[in-house]
Design a protein around this ligand. Structure first.
Ligand code: GTP
Length: 406
């Protein structure tokens, strides 16, 4: 069934070509097609990065198909034929429906009013009634009503989207009246309206694209923040064990480098601080140790609170003597700052091991724990390094740490 307006418009289109008016309208159509092509490209690029965004493929398809069909419409206007007219009608009737489908799916989590069967019915009604009715107006009325209904829902969910819906609805209103008035007018009088309408749709979709892109960026940023939070010990600010294990698993794949040094440390007589000065003072001590550790490390090093008053440090590209110096730096800083934090002078004990490439994290931690135990056994406030394997460890001479160290 070929709509009258298109059929009559096509012959009028030829007439307008003859009197020279067609050039301007063709230019308007080409510009409209260009706008649609650019919009389709932008949406496709944005959609490629937002594959999980519902509705996007519908919009991209709408614009891409519109762009392809547009030259056919020009051709139908210039050379009237049944096939061209049917394609022109299919485009006019089809793309608002696809646009609506995209809009609804975009709000998949919060259902919008209207359903596919309603769109289909409006489409069928418009097509069947086209010989007698201003069918473009039927379709646009449907789109307009749905857009207005969308506004009510979308505004509560997302202010930006609400404003876009308002813009779309406002754009649809004059276009609908214009088409109502010109429903029986020849095609060449309608063409500029169609071009303008397409430009408006393209603008509204580009606004949506930029809004969705911003939402996506915010999501990515909050995902990064969540990842950092999930891997951080809330009391001290150093990593937690989960993040430490994940990070070390990744880094250990880069073998070939010299083995990193693993340091295990804990606060001496921490239980007494808790018991005599209170848990809050104990927490302050833990925070201070965490801060001094972070200050002493390079970006490539890792620090973790394993639990209680026990921390582990992983130093890449460092030798055991250099790791001893880092331990000394941490202790000196903790002791210097203790009074600022209303704390007694704290001392720390360290166990150090070179973490062999073929060794699991738990095994290395176990060896470091034995070295730490040795440091405690020798009188605390000192660092001991362990060599050899777990069965027969060899401990280095202990090194006193802190302000009263020799
Ligand atoms: N304030 C505070 N205390 C904690 C926290 N987690 C664990 N603790 C306490 O830390 C203490 C750990 O003490 P230990 O390391 O076992 O013993 P210590 O007194 O440090 O003795 P040495 O290590 O042998 O010098 C226990 O009293 C725990 O209750 C925490 O988040 N905050």
């Amino acid at each position: 069934m070929v709509p009258k307006a298109v059929a009559s418009g096509c012959s009028a289109g030829r007439a307008s070509t003859q009197n020279g008016r067609m050039e301007a309208q063709t230019a308007a159509l080409v510009m409209g097609a260009g706008g649609l092509a650019v919009s389709a490209h932008v949406l496709w690029r944005a959609g490629a990065r937002q594959r999980r965004q519902h509705g996007w493929p519908w919009w991209v398809a709408t614009l891409a198909v519109s762009t392809l069909v547009w030259p056919l419409c020009i051709w139908a206007a210039l050379r009237p034929s049944t096939a061209g007219n049917i394609l022109a009608a299919a485009w006019l009737l089809g793309w608002p429906m696809a646009w609506l489908a995209g809009w609804r799916r975009f709000h998949a989590r919060q259902r919008l009013p209207g359903q596919g069967w309603l769109d289909g019915s409006a489409w069928a009604l418009a097509t069947l009634a086209s010989p007698w009715w201003p069918w473009q107006a039927v379709v646009l009325l449907h789109v307009y009503v749905t857009a207005v209904l969308c506004v009510g829902r979308a505004r509560t969910a997302d202010h930006g989207l609400g404003w876009t819906a308002v813009a779309v609805a406002a754009a649809a209103l004059p276009a609908m009246f214009a088409l109502l008035e010109a429903a029986s007018a020849p095609l060449d009088r309608l063409l500029p309206w169609w071009a303008g309408l397409a430009a408006l749709w393209a603008c509204s979709l580009l606004a949506l694209a930029s809004m969705a892109e911003r939402t996506e960026q915010e999501l990515r940023a909050s995902r990064r923040r969540l990842q950092v939070l999930a891997g951080t010990d809330p009391l001290t600010g150093v990593s937690n064990r989960r993040h430490f294990e994940a990070a070390t698993a990744r880094r250990r794949l880069q073998s070939g480098a010299p083995p990193p040094v693993l340091l295990l440390l804990d606060i001496d007589h921490f239980k007494q601080i808790n018991d005599h000065l209170g848990h809050a003072t104990g927490d302050r001590a833990l925070r201070l140790v965490g801060q001094c550790i972070l200050d002493a490390l390079r970006d490539s090093d890792l620090a973790v609170r394993l639990g209680g008053d026990e921390f582990a440090l992983l130093l890449h590209g460092a030798t055991l003597p250099q790791a001893m110096q880092v331990a000394e730096r941490v202790v000196l800083q903790v002791q210097r700052l203790a009074s600022n934090h209303r704390l007694p002078v704290l001392s720390l004990s360290f166990g150090l091991v070179p973490w062999r490439h073929d060794e699991a994290l738990d095994e290395a931690l176990h060896r470091a724990d034995r070295a730490l135990y040795e440091a405690k056994r020798q009188g605390r406030s000192r660092a001991v390094a362990a060599h050899g394997d777990d069965a027969a460890p060899a401990f280095s001479e202990s090194q006193r740490l802190g302000l009263d160290s020799p």
